[in-house]
Structures are given as structure tokens and as C-alpha cells.
Design a protein around this ligand. Sequence first.
Ligand code: E4P
Length: 215
Amino acid sequence: MKFFIDTANLDHIREANDLGILDGVTTNPSLMAKEGIKGQENILKHYVDICNIVDGDVSAEVIATDFEGMIKEGEALAELHPQIVVKIPMIKDGIKAIRYLTDKGIKTNCTLVFSAGQAILAAKAGATYVSPFIGRLDDISFDGVELIEQIVNIYNLHGFPTEVLAASIRNSMHIIKCAEAGADVVTCPLEPIMGLLSHPLTDSGLAKFLADHNK
Ligand code: E4P
């Protein structure tokens, strides 16, 4: 299973990368805005900065919502750096754009996926990744992890190569449940990743080992 960090914060990306467990980064327009990255030039430079920190796929989202706009933006994003994956929303023109970019050899991440039907379309269009948003489903009383299981089963059954990228992860338990469900990738902020580290028995066990050593 690959681990991506879901942030545009360069310090958080560096911290996760320094752990030696990071396989890539996902961003979205809200995450970019949260870091105060504004204006096309700054946005593009920020994607390159991210690519220069981590050795792996970096998802950069298009803003256009029409086919022509999405492919134009997608091609420009892909030109920025070989690690860029073009993130395209799950809408009708988005599916067409994924097919077009895939045929051009450009990697894509189909975002804002909330159903198995949408995931089937993304795979048929040739998306490199499909991003089901599990936290947002949980927020409205649907089981996000169940959707991951369903998509993983369908893709395995039919041999779709699209990777299931579990997104909108809110806590460490989500990561574990997505790993159990067979997600190819989880993407989450730094906190749930660090949350995996903690166990009180590790802390008390280490304290005892050190105390005994010093006796
Ligand atoms: C990542 O690809 C998604 O854009 C992100 O995980 C969404 O997370 P949120 O639902 O916490 O905003």
C-alpha cells in the first residue's frame, strides 16, 4: 500500500518524507488556498516545489470544468514536472478529459468519487487513480470504507489497473480500515500518519527498558 500525504504544506510534506514512508502527495484547490498560495504563477511554482521534496506522484487539480479547459490545463500541469498527476473531477467532461489525457500518456487522478458506478467509469476512462472520499461519506452517514471494499472488489474482479486511492481520510483508524479493505493508496494529512506511531505500551515499555539499562 502506498502512503500519500494530503496537504500543500511544505513543512508537513518534508516531515512525512523524512520518515521515509512517503510515496506521493495529493493536493486540491482548498488545500492550496489554506497555505495562502494564490495566482497561477505561484500555484505552478508550488507544485514544482512539492515535486522537488518527494520522490513520487504529486496530484495537481484542474480548475476548469469543461473538456477543452481541462485538457489544456492538464497538459500544462503535466509539462511542469514528470511526477505530476492531473487531478480531474468526476463529471461528464472530466471522464472525456481522463480518456484524452490517458491516451496522451498523462497520468490522471479522478477526484470527488462517491459511488462504485463513478469508480467504474473512471477505470473505463483509464484513470491512473480513483479517489473515493471516505470521510465526506462518513460525514453524511454512509460507510466510506465499505465503498473502498466495493471498488477494490470490482476492480479485482475485472482486472482494472486503476489504483484505488482512499481520500478524505480523517483519522488513523481510517488508514487501518482502508489497508484492510485493500486500498492501493491512502492519502491523509500528517496527523493521522503520526497517530499510527502512538501506543501507551510502547511508551511505558521503552521507559522501563531505559530505566533497567541505567540500573
Ligand atoms: C484528496 O485527494 C482529497 O481532495 C482530499 O482527501 C479531500 O479531503 P477532505 O474531505 O478532508 O477535504
